[in-house]
Design a protein around this ligand. Sequence first.
Ligand code: SF4
Length: 341
Amino acid sequence: MNDKFIKKYSSMTGSSNTAYIEKLLPLIEEIKELKKKHNAVVLSHYYMTPELQIEEKEGGIADFVGDSLGLSVAATKTDADYIVFCGVKFMAETAFILNPKKTVLLPDDDAGCSLAESITGDDVIKLKSKYPGIPVIAYINTYAETKAECDVCCTSRNAIKIAKSFESKELIFIPDQFMGQNLAVKFATETDKKLILWSGTCEVHEQFRTNIESLTLANPGAELLLHWEVPQETVESTLKNNKGIVGSTSDILNYVENSKSREFILGSECDLGATLKGMYPDRQFITPCIMCRHMKLITLQKTLDALRSINTETEIKYKIKVDEPVLSKAYIPIKRMLDLS
Ligand code: SF4
């Protein structure tokens, strides 16, 4: 019996559904064996279901759990032959661009992203000809062919630092308009920079509107944890009257760590709530629980299937591929971001 896993899973979910947990355990054991056999690591995003974001040291399958920046950095550090990416496609592509000699497997090829799908490389070329000479910052939530046309990438964690590194007073920020609007408010107080925005939105975070306001009214002492991708009007109206933060996933984790509050309202993907519950079991996290349908395509069973496919004819189904010249072109803005982080 994997007691460590059961304890962690129960703290993240508040559930002691032993029948369900017992079904997971044989899959976890086989995943661990296959990882060893094929020299593979599992990188897992905070928006994965709890069973996918429990680390090996806690009885789970993940070698590293993190946000987009943390996962990109972890991808540069591994000496494994295979990276199994429990996240969405643009993240797995980034891992491959940073490690083109390794094999990156994504357990479900349909795991997309509304932000990444909102803009193409051709759109960036058109933006550059409309605003000549203005640098383009691409949020990491873009596909490789889009990144290939941009000057630098950023994640929600390092966006401000990266924007400040440019001398230009105007910057094009793609593709999240709400994150761009929230950043613009911060820039107005800290810099003389103006952002030209694209019209993409995260289909999860754009839903945090009156539901957050209602939760603040029902839980007056709770502090707010809002992701950059939440609409600016929600951020403005709720943070005006309540304590809290708008920031990246790691800003949210740091804020909770340093806060004396016992109660928080989370405006981000539902399973970040599970991450927080697992990290801080003595605190309460209230969330409208909006899930990313793309992230939820990745399951423990599909992760096992991807590992079982190694060295078989089905491996191709899971393999991430980015062809030249996009591979080399997209590497430049990602590397620039890592150097600036
Ligand atoms: S949560 Fe939003 S930004 Fe993240 S993968 Fe899902 S749709 Fe994309």
